[in-house]
Design a protein around this ligand. Structure first.
Ligand code: COA
Length: 185
């Protein structure tokens, strides 16, 4: 059996070291041309401000955060947004799925998704929704893991260089779907 070159943990108290590591991953993704809410160039100050806001959400139970680490520090992350209207208590949005370029294409993205699905079930959330840049690696990942593709919204966001991109919405019904961990990587 191959031992994964990373460890995954759920973070309930986000440390300064976590914020620094998460910021490095976010900046790396933007520098790599991924559309993840920010334009290029993303400064360390702006990235850290983003993660401090996430940390506050984690502390107040509005978000759940997973972090992956390798021997160089934080190398991947994903979140569940739990702050839903009172008529959607079973739902969460899966957001900010990020893997540092040094750790890609080794199955970490799939591992983070499986861990996020398992965490959602632990938290009583059985319906997950996400969106991904149409045609990007994320769209392939979610399709491969059995998420249901809803459709495409054209000109939804900008790439870090300013070009428009479309987004594809997906959902995963954990109440009726394949149990997390049994999907193909
Ligand atoms: C999308 C993203 C999270 C995927 O992370 P990842 O760790 O590379 O994901 P995986 O390794 O599980 O899968 C990625 C690819 O590697 C392949 N792969 C997985 N394990 C592998 C291995 N051991 N050897 C070779 N290839 C492998 C997968 O088949 C997949 O191939 P494909 O993209 O051609 O379909 C990552 O590319 C990323 O962070 N992108 C920038 C941010 C972003 O766009 N996030 C998504 C927002 S919706």
């Amino acid at each position: 059996m191959t031992i994964a070159p990373w460890t995954l943990r759920r973070v309930e108290v986000v440390s300064e070291a976590d914020i620094a590591g998460l910021s490095r991953v976010l900046i790396d993704c933007v520098e790599g041309g991924s559309s993840v809410s920010f334009m290029h160039p993303l400064t360390r100050e702006r990235a850290e401000a983003f993660w401090r806001n996430v940390a506050a959400g984690v502390a107040s139970g509005l978000r759940a955060l997973l972090i992956a680490e390798d021997d160089m520090g934080v190398c991947g992350t994903v979140q569940l947004v739990l702050d839903m209207p009172e008529n959607q208590p079973h739902r969460a949005d899966l957001v900010k799925m990020l893997v540092h370029r040094r750790a890609r294409r080794r199955g970490l993205g799939a591992a983070l998704m499986r861990a996020a699905e398992a965490m959602a079930l632990d938290l009583g959330r059985t319906l997950l929704v996400l969106d991904a840049v149409t045609g990007d690696a994320g769209e392939r990942l979610y399709t491969r893991l059995g998420w249901t593709r809803v459709g495409v919204i054209p000109r939804y966001a900008l790439m870090p260089d300013g070009a428009f991109c479309s987004t594809t919405y997906f959902y995963r019904d954990l109440a009726t779907g394949t149990p997390p961990g049994s999907q193909r990587a």
